[in-house]
Ligand binder design. Structure first.
Ligand code: CTP
Ligand code: ZN
Length: 161
Protein backbone atom coordinates (compact mmCIF):
# COMPACT_ATOMS: atom_id res chain seq x y z
CA UNK A 1 0.00 0.00 0.00
CA UNK A 2 1.53 3.37 -0.89
CA UNK A 3 1.62 6.15 1.65
CA UNK A 4 -1.21 8.16 0.20
CA UNK A 5 -3.72 5.33 0.07
CA UNK A 6 -2.77 4.24 3.58
CA UNK A 7 -3.42 7.77 4.80
CA UNK A 8 -6.82 7.61 3.21
CA UNK A 9 -7.83 4.16 4.42
CA UNK A 10 -6.05 3.12 7.61
CA UNK A 11 -8.04 4.50 10.52
CA UNK A 12 -6.94 2.25 13.37
CA UNK A 13 -4.21 -0.31 13.68
CA UNK A 14 -4.53 -4.05 13.25
CA UNK A 15 -4.75 -6.16 16.37
CA UNK A 16 -2.58 -9.06 17.46
CA UNK A 17 -5.16 -11.30 19.15
CA UNK A 18 -8.89 -10.92 19.58
CA UNK A 19 -11.97 -10.26 17.52
CA UNK A 20 -12.93 -7.75 14.85
CA UNK A 21 -16.66 -7.25 14.45
CA UNK A 22 -16.89 -5.75 10.97
CA UNK A 23 -19.70 -4.55 8.70
CA UNK A 24 -21.82 -3.49 11.68
CA UNK A 25 -24.91 -1.50 10.66
CA UNK A 26 -23.70 2.14 10.65
CA UNK A 27 -24.30 3.82 13.99
CA UNK A 28 -24.87 0.55 15.90
CA UNK A 29 -21.37 -0.03 17.35
CA UNK A 30 -22.32 1.28 20.79
CA UNK A 31 -25.29 -1.11 20.90
CA UNK A 32 -22.95 -3.99 20.07
CA UNK A 33 -20.68 -2.96 22.95
CA UNK A 34 -23.72 -2.62 25.20
CA UNK A 35 -25.03 -6.16 24.60
CA UNK A 36 -21.48 -7.50 25.08
CA UNK A 37 -21.48 -5.60 28.41
CA UNK A 38 -18.24 -3.83 27.53
CA UNK A 39 -18.37 -0.63 29.51
CA UNK A 40 -14.75 0.49 29.62
CA UNK A 41 -14.51 -0.76 33.20
CA UNK A 42 -14.09 -4.34 31.96
CA UNK A 43 -10.47 -3.62 31.04
CA UNK A 44 -10.62 -4.75 27.40
CA UNK A 45 -8.65 -2.79 24.83
CA UNK A 46 -11.30 -1.66 22.36
CA UNK A 47 -11.11 0.22 19.06
CA UNK A 48 -14.24 1.70 17.59
CA UNK A 49 -14.99 3.08 14.16
CA UNK A 50 -18.34 4.61 13.36
CA UNK A 51 -19.74 5.57 9.98
CA UNK A 52 -16.68 4.73 7.92
CA UNK A 53 -16.83 3.83 4.26
CA UNK A 54 -17.04 0.10 3.54
CA UNK A 55 -15.56 -1.61 0.47
CA UNK A 56 -19.09 -1.92 -0.98
CA UNK A 57 -19.50 1.86 -0.86
CA UNK A 58 -21.91 1.91 2.07
CA UNK A 59 -21.09 3.08 5.58
CA UNK A 60 -20.38 0.69 8.44
CA UNK A 61 -19.17 0.52 12.03
CA UNK A 62 -16.28 -1.66 13.19
CA UNK A 63 -15.43 -2.82 16.72
CA UNK A 64 -12.10 -4.48 17.62
CA UNK A 65 -11.77 -6.12 21.02
CA UNK A 66 -8.36 -7.45 21.98
CA UNK A 67 -8.00 -10.73 23.90
CA UNK A 68 -11.75 -11.36 23.69
CA UNK A 69 -13.50 -14.62 22.82
CA UNK A 70 -17.18 -14.69 21.90
CA UNK A 71 -19.69 -17.16 23.30
CA UNK A 72 -22.75 -18.39 21.35
CA UNK A 73 -25.07 -16.13 23.34
CA UNK A 74 -22.92 -13.11 22.48
CA UNK A 75 -22.95 -14.01 18.77
CA UNK A 76 -26.76 -14.26 18.93
CA UNK A 77 -26.96 -10.81 20.54
CA UNK A 78 -24.68 -9.29 17.87
CA UNK A 79 -26.82 -10.85 15.11
CA UNK A 80 -29.96 -9.26 16.59
CA UNK A 81 -28.29 -5.82 16.72
CA UNK A 82 -26.71 -6.14 13.28
CA UNK A 83 -27.69 -9.20 11.17
CA UNK A 84 -25.06 -8.44 8.49
CA UNK A 85 -22.06 -8.17 10.83
CA UNK A 86 -18.93 -10.20 10.10
CA UNK A 87 -16.82 -11.79 12.84
CA UNK A 88 -13.06 -12.04 12.30
CA UNK A 89 -11.09 -14.06 14.83
CA UNK A 90 -7.51 -12.79 14.89
CA UNK A 91 -4.57 -14.78 16.20
CA UNK A 92 -1.01 -13.58 15.96
CA UNK A 93 -2.09 -10.73 13.61
CA UNK A 94 -3.63 -13.16 11.09
CA UNK A 95 -7.33 -13.81 10.50
CA UNK A 96 -7.86 -17.36 11.73
CA UNK A 97 -11.60 -17.46 11.08
CA UNK A 98 -14.11 -15.19 9.32
CA UNK A 99 -17.86 -15.73 9.32
CA UNK A 100 -21.13 -13.85 9.14
CA UNK A 101 -23.37 -13.82 12.16
CA UNK A 102 -26.76 -15.43 11.62
CA UNK A 103 -30.05 -14.88 13.37
CA UNK A 104 -30.72 -17.79 15.73
CA UNK A 105 -33.72 -20.08 15.15
CA UNK A 106 -34.35 -20.18 18.89
CA UNK A 107 -33.41 -17.67 21.58
CA UNK A 108 -33.41 -18.70 25.24
CA UNK A 109 -33.43 -16.28 28.13
CA UNK A 110 -32.47 -13.12 26.21
CA UNK A 111 -35.67 -11.49 24.94
CA UNK A 112 -38.19 -10.04 27.39
CA UNK A 113 -41.76 -10.76 26.24
CA UNK A 114 -43.68 -7.53 25.76
CA UNK A 115 -46.94 -9.15 26.87
CA UNK A 116 -47.19 -8.13 30.54
CA UNK A 117 -49.59 -11.04 31.21
CA UNK A 118 -47.16 -13.61 29.82
CA UNK A 119 -46.02 -16.28 32.30
CA UNK A 120 -42.44 -15.11 31.60
CA UNK A 121 -43.35 -11.81 33.28
CA UNK A 122 -45.13 -13.39 36.27
CA UNK A 123 -44.02 -12.93 39.89
CA UNK A 124 -42.03 -16.14 39.68
CA UNK A 125 -41.09 -15.87 36.02
CA UNK A 126 -40.11 -18.76 33.78
CA UNK A 127 -37.23 -18.17 31.37
CA UNK A 128 -38.24 -16.83 27.95
CA UNK A 129 -38.05 -18.94 24.80
CA UNK A 130 -38.58 -17.34 21.39
CA UNK A 131 -38.48 -18.97 17.95
CA UNK A 132 -37.82 -17.22 14.66
CA UNK A 133 -40.38 -16.90 11.88
CA UNK A 134 -39.66 -15.35 8.51
CA UNK A 135 -42.28 -13.25 6.77
CA UNK A 136 -40.78 -12.25 3.42
CA UNK A 137 -37.69 -10.26 4.35
CA UNK A 138 -38.88 -9.60 7.89
CA UNK A 139 -37.82 -11.69 10.85
CA UNK A 140 -40.19 -12.11 13.77
CA UNK A 141 -39.64 -13.90 17.05
CA UNK A 142 -42.62 -15.66 18.66
CA UNK A 143 -42.93 -16.26 22.41
CA UNK A 144 -43.18 -19.99 23.14
CA UNK A 145 -45.62 -19.34 26.01
CA UNK A 146 -48.08 -16.64 24.88
CA UNK A 147 -47.40 -16.60 21.10
CA UNK A 148 -46.88 -12.84 21.03
CA UNK A 149 -44.43 -11.87 18.27
CA UNK A 150 -41.68 -9.27 18.44
CA UNK A 151 -39.85 -7.54 15.59
CA UNK A 152 -36.07 -7.22 15.58
CA UNK A 153 -36.49 -3.50 16.26
CA UNK A 154 -38.60 -4.21 19.35
CA UNK A 155 -36.08 -6.79 20.56
CA UNK A 156 -33.20 -4.34 20.00
CA UNK A 157 -34.97 -1.68 22.03
CA UNK A 158 -35.57 -4.11 24.88
CA UNK A 159 -32.06 -5.58 25.06
CA UNK A 160 -30.05 -2.35 24.77
CA UNK A 161 -31.91 -0.47 27.51
N1 CTP B 1 -8.01 -6.76 11.15
C1 CTP B 1 -7.40 -6.33 12.32
N2 CTP B 1 -6.25 -6.94 12.76
C2 CTP B 1 -5.69 -7.94 12.06
C3 CTP B 1 -6.31 -8.40 10.87
C4 CTP B 1 -7.47 -7.78 10.42
O1 CTP B 1 -7.88 -5.42 12.97
N3 CTP B 1 -4.57 -8.49 12.53
C5 CTP B 1 -9.26 -6.12 10.71
C6 CTP B 1 -9.14 -5.31 9.44
O2 CTP B 1 -8.75 -3.99 9.78
C7 CTP B 1 -10.56 -5.36 8.91
C8 CTP B 1 -11.09 -6.72 9.38
O3 CTP B 1 -10.20 -7.14 10.42
O4 CTP B 1 -11.35 -4.35 9.53
C9 CTP B 1 -11.11 -7.74 8.28
O5 CTP B 1 -9.83 -7.82 7.70
P1 CTP B 1 -9.61 -8.36 6.22
O6 CTP B 1 -10.30 -9.67 6.05
O7 CTP B 1 -8.15 -8.28 5.96
O8 CTP B 1 -10.31 -7.20 5.40
P2 CTP B 1 -11.33 -7.32 4.19
O9 CTP B 1 -10.81 -8.29 3.18
O10 CTP B 1 -11.62 -5.94 3.76
O11 CTP B 1 -12.60 -7.95 4.93
P3 CTP B 1 -14.05 -8.24 4.30
O12 CTP B 1 -13.85 -8.96 3.00
O13 CTP B 1 -14.68 -9.10 5.38
O14 CTP B 1 -14.71 -6.90 4.15
ZN1 ZN C 1 -44.88 -14.20 26.06
Amino acid sequence: MNKLSEEKTLKISKIEDGIVIDHIHPGSALEVLSVLKITGKSGFTVSLLMNVRSSNGNNKDVVKIEKKKLRKKELDLISIISPNATINIVENFAIKEKFNVSLPERVDDIIKCQNQNCVTNAKEPVKTVFTMEKKGDTHLYRCHYCERTMTLEEIRNSITK
